[in-house]
Design a binder for this molecule. Structure first.
Ligand SMILES: [Zn+2]
Length: 191
């Protein structure tokens, strides 16, 4: 059998080939992020589990510990992302089930902004992070996992997290780490 492309039969881009493996090497490197499957599996358009309801509408009815809620405001609340990109990945949500930012009321927008600022201060003080990614995915096509209920991501970043391995490692011990993280951030949150 002739090998396609200019690569040797025994390695590709410095990585030894596995004998008998299926597929042909190409120019792309793969980053495997299995924790994303939880979103992908449950969020196909038109494939939502009908009895599950909206997780961000349900969360405030639960105890803080069960819902991973860090702080509750008047119009919005803060909780840990169950599928974090990084340790301390927070979501700021209005209580109201509203999908888009431009549909939020002035009071909701103001409190989401204020809670986001407090989240930055608490995360910085608690974890010594070096930066943040803050943003809104608006619509499923833009990457929103729960597209029907507005939520702002606040993701702390460390200079050393660029290799993504801390994220993958975090996934293995998620329940313990999330509970501990929630406790620490809730304790540090100004009342
Ligand atoms: Zn909702």
């Amino acid at each position: 059998m002739t090998e396609p492309g200019p690569y040797s039969a025994h390695e590709f881009d410095g990585v030894p080939r596995i004998e008998g493996a299926v597929g042909v090497p190409d120019a792309y490197q793969r980053l495997w992020v299995p924790h994303r499957m939880a979103y992908i599996r449950t969020n196909h358009v038109g494939d939502e589990p009908e009895d599950e309801g909206c997780p961000f509408c349900r969360a405030p009815s639960l105890p803080d510990e069960d819902a991973l809620i860090v702080a509750r405001g008047e119009h919005a609340f803060v909780l840990l992302n169950l599928f974090p990109y990084n340790s301390g990945h927070l979501l700021v949500c209005p209580y109201r089930h509203v999908p888009l930012y431009d549909e939020a009321t002035d009071a909701e927008v103001a409190e989401i902004a204020a809670l986001t600022q407090t989240a930055m201060r608490v995360l910085r003080a608690d974890s010594g992070c070096d930066g943040f990614n803050i943003g809104l995915n608006q619509g499923r096509i833009a990457g929103a996992g729960v597209a029907d209920h507005l939520h702002q991501h606040v993701v702390p970043r460390w200079a050393s997290d660029a290799n993504f391995f801390p994220i993958i490692a975090e996934t293995k011990a998620l329940p313990v780490l999330l509970g501990e993280t929630r406790e620490a951030l809730a304790a540090a949150w100004p009342r």
